[in-house]
Design a binder for this molecule. Sequence first.
Ligand code: ATP
Length: 353
Amino acid sequence: MSIQKLPLPYDLETKQVLKKVNTANKALAELKGVVSSIPNAAILINALVLQEAKDSSAIENIITTHDDLYKAELSLEGIKSLEAKEVQNYIAALKHGFDLISTHKVLTVNQIQKIQETLEKNNAGLRANPGTTLTNATTGQVVYTPPQNAQEIQELMTNLERFINDDDLSDLDPLIKMAIIHHQFESIHPFYDGNGRTGRIINVLYLVIKDLLELPILYLSRYIIANKTEYYRLLQDVRETNNWEPWLLYIITGVENIANETIQVVKNIQQLMSEYKHSIRAQYKKFYSQDLLNNLFKHPYTKIEFMEKDLGVSRKTAANYLNTLANDGFLKKAKLGQANYYINERLYNILLL
Ligand SMILES: Nc1ncnc2c1ncn2[C@@H]1O[C@H](COP(=O)(O)OP(=O)(O)OP(=O)(O)O)[C@@H](O)[C@H]1O
């Protein structure tokens, strides 16, 4: 069966769906509010995006620990595991996507290609050769064959681009649209690889485009991992039955649940920052600064070079700050090879959840 072009000719706004849309939108609005109450919220992107990258990559069986990831960020000798590198590529793709959409708040096929390119580190572009099928991971059976024809893929992507950006095509709530966009994107399966992760990046970027979030910080991937069987089943089920309601409810419930979890994480970080700010400022009048505090929260694991750069101080001064903070229990000092690094353990524990 070929893929339908968008908008879909069905009434998707059932009572149940609208109810979910309503509560999910409330949760998103609260999250947006909590994030904007942090004056330097952008520093959170690093820590929070890493979380999403780790979870999203895990769906592709790229399993990493937080410890590995944060160490990889430090680029110290001997810790660049392949997995951590994959996750770094995901972060780069998400950040690149965020930059691309930020100015004009549109998402084009071209930009989607750039995101996938950053993620997969190849420029194969949209599929041009046949042969791609989706199989059941356990049985190896083909469950779905996406379009094989290059021109058809191109046309479906152009249609998707219009649906993403032109609200005159459909007045559905953005959350319903996001669920449709995700399904459509995964069904077109426009690339040879990275379709799942690119699709999950599009989800969060779409929320930013629609002003439901200011920063791309909604770890929807965690929800998808936790409900992975249901995810695959519903993707397939919609195609076979055209029964959209369970899929829409699944995705929108995910948005709501994860928004509520993220609100808690952001509030915990905010509280810890405020505690650190007051204690560090009181204890070290001479060297406390907002930039110093930001550095400790931008990188759950930090190193002398980061501090040097962020604060514009000498290596010796940066080392002195970090060692003093470690001596007094604000950070934990650790060693890898010859190099020292410093862990904000309380932040690390919040992000571990
Ligand atoms: N039956 C199906 N119908 C439509 N899409 C599907 C189906 N089964 C899987 N998919 C989608 O295909 C994605 C996998 O595609 P691909 O392997 O290209 O992406 P990936 O990013 O490398 O992998 P992953 O999503 O596992 O991290 C899944 O995440 C899912 O979104």
